[in-house]
Design a protein around this ligand. Sequence first.
Ligand code: ATP
Length: 380
Amino acid sequence: MVSPQFRHLLLKLGLPEERLLVLEGKGGIVEDEFEGVRYVRFRDSAGGLRRGTVVFENGEAVIGFPHIKRIVQLENGIKRVFKSRPFYVEEKVDGYNVRVVKVGEKVLALTRGGFVCPFTTERIGDFVDFEFFKDYPDLVLAGEVAGPESPYIVEGPPYVKEDIGFFLFDIQEKGTGKSLPVEERYKLAEEYGIPQVESFGLFDYSRLDELYDLIGRLSREKREGIVMKSPDMMKMAKYATPYANINDLKIGSHVFRDLPHGYFMGRIERLAFYLAEKHLKGEEFEEYAKALGKALLRPFVESIHEVAHGGEVEETFTVRVKGIGTAHRMVTHFERLGVEIHIEDIEDLKNGYWRITFKRVYPEATRQIRELWNGLAFVD
Ligand code: ATP
């Protein structure tokens, strides 16, 4: 149930009463609190209020981050999405999506699902100059947090050697979710020293060959891909490198039983389209085929061995926090996400930060593998 105060706010934002009742009934909107700031988050979309939308008690709304359409055939995808019109090409950074927003006196970092993330909220000031919000209190900074010490993602981009970084890729208006045009974003980021995703500049269909080269280079450099954006941000498309597709399979295979089939299918499909579009044959084809097989099998087999020897399917993460309280708040945050984590180690880095090591365990995947290993007979 949502309190009368929030009901009133949501109706004022244009959410029809019947829709509100249905959403409440199925838990599509949830009231939450972070250090005294109350908000509702949308677990489902409702009209213009996308999943991940957050409405604060002062009536301000941060709209959920939109889906970006994916293309798997670069040439035809570009033709279809952008026709002959120009588009900016930016790196797709592999991390987790955050929307940074000032509410009252606090700057908060929201996850894609609309939670205030205690870790990112504590750390965001290390990367973003809050002067920005003094001048533009009605804007939201959307970016990727990425690096080897991130609480949600096992690996980071190769150029973040330690800890995490923030990479701006969108600036949106509160209330509407409307994006600033690309050049305006680049200018503001520059002005306030906000780190951004790398931009490879303005392209159009006639420079397809250069894009193929770029994808090849990013793949060799172990980077995730590109996002193409019309200058007014009205059209967008994402494309992943073959490296990222195979690497995601490798990471996923470790927790094979915990992921939906679509996770694997989608990535195999993207790789197949890449090989077909590039007409790869012979040795090069064999290499991809071998890499795919290994990525799918090796971590999975290792997990089976682990469980067969009495262990668990698990992943280890480290993060750097300024206060130990933040680590405990993360444990609670993960519990609410239905994720089981255990803090393994806390180390004082003696530079104002603590390094926290925690394990994420996968009890269901472990149980299933144990059963199968122990000879369970089942109907498939
Ligand atoms: P969806 O967009 O369909 O929800 P998803 O959540 O699975 O997909 P991805 O497939 O990884 O996400 O792609 C979209 C995400 O990529 C964005 O939500 C954003 O967090 C991230 N991203 C990284 N770099 C960029 C960039 N330069 N521009 C836009 N988004 C970027």
